[in-house]
Design a binder for this molecule. Structure first.
Ligand code: KG4
Length: 340
């Protein structure tokens, strides 16, 4: 008999539902929240309200696009955390209510594990190209920057992570600081394509081992721009493309230095990226370049699986389901990774 899993994702500002049948994606619906643009960042209270508005239509649409009746579902996989608590509560409570009404089990998923396994979502009519275990995943988003060794769908080990800001946060905060807009990653990525990445130099942090730090570069960009504007008030307007290209290159250099080190230390040549920042065109190009140079098998997720989506939650949930894991109805969401 087939396993049909409904995935629900609501950890931040995207309400998403997906249906997966034996690992094959039947639908993946995402409702993004534009309400945060005016504030230059996600406002947790507004995010929870928008999830509350979106969750029922998004799930209905996912079932209808999949051509699956709710009564055919085998289980519901939902994101338990990490993320914004109010947002997670909406998805968790909805999953519980639907699970009870249908009499089917719930499976809880760590959002980050979803990003790690996004590459295992199979799509009808598309080439199936999956990684083999073990692989290293550079997990880069607005809340995380990690190098993770994935040994099987349910076994993973964090080899290094940021000790302060996430790289997505560095993109977002710096874009806001420079008055370029939100979310900062796509804006900087776009401007960087038209600029000279070697024009300006920013100091890189010296952090031991495989850990990262991105708070220093933010400050060095701030001081640099402040000093330049003191000399020429039009500095930003004249140089924003070069500035974005140079800043983005520095972030990519920092990410890649540690990833190369991790690959050397572990001897692993299967390398993936995941999370919102993995949509960055400079990072994707650099991964392919390093991969060709170092003999890596590089896996770049499709754009639609880089940002938050329920397809990755459904696939991760399916692996938990196959392993016989079920979650109790008194489960509560958790906001921090450490609480998982
Ligand atoms: O994974 P995600 O959708 O949400 C979580 O943080 O969980 O990641 C969002 C982050 C934001 O910081 C956004 O600026 C960044 O991903 N991002 C990008 C790009 N697209 C999204 N960063 C760099 N370049 C991009 N093209």
């Amino acid at each position: 008999m087939s396993d049909i899993i409904l995935g629900i994702e609501s950890s931040c500002d995207d309400t998403s539902a997906a249906v997966i049948k034996d690992g094959w994606l039947l639908s993946n619906v995402i409702a993004s929240q534009d309400v945060h643009k005016a504030y230059g960042g996600v406002v947790p209270e507004l995010a929870s309200r928008a999830h509350e508005l979106n969750i029922v239509p998004v799930v209905s649409e996912a079932l209808s696009r999949a051509g699956v009746a709710a009564s055919e579902l085998s289980a519901i996989a939902f994101t338990r955390g990490p993320g914004l608590l109010g947002s997670l509560l909406v998805g968790t409570s909805f999953a519980k209510a639907l699970g009870i009404s249908l009499g089917i089990p719930l499976v809880m998923v760590n959002h980050l594990q979803g990003h790690l396994l996004a590459g295992f979502v199979k799509e009808p009519g598309k080439e199936v190209r999956q990684l083999s275990f073990p692989y290293l995943c550079l997990l880069v988003s607005g809340g995380n920057s990690q190098i993770v060794k994935v040994s099987s769908p349910l076994e993973y080990e964090i080899l290094g992570q940021t000790i302060d800001d996430a790289v997505g946060e560095a993109f977002d905060k710096c874009s806001k600081m420079l008055g370029l807009g939100y979310p900062g990653g796509p804006v900087i990525d776009h401007l960087a394509k038209q600029g000279d990445a070697n024009r300006f130099k920013f100091a890189k942090p010296h952090i031991p081992g495989l850990d990262y730090s991105f708070s220093g570069i933010k400050t060095s960009l701030l001081y640099f721009v402040r000093d330049q504007i003191a000399l020429d008030p039009d500095f930003m307007e004249k140089n924003k493309e070069d500035l974005c290209a140079s800043f983005q290159k520095t972030l990519i250099d920092i990410l890649m230095d540690k990833l190369v080190k991790a690959a050397k230390q572990t001897g692993i040549r299967e390398i993936a990226i995941g999370g919102g920042v993995s949509a960055n065109s400079g990072l994707r190009a650099r991964m392919l370049e390093e991969g060709a140079k170092r003999g890596w098998n590089v896996y770049l997720p499709e754009f639609k699986f880089t940002t938050d989506n329920a397809a990755m939650i459904a696939i991760a949930g399916w692996y938990h389901y196959l392993a016989g894991e079920r979650c109790a109805l008194d489960v509560a969401p958790v906001s921090r990774m450490a609480d998982f």
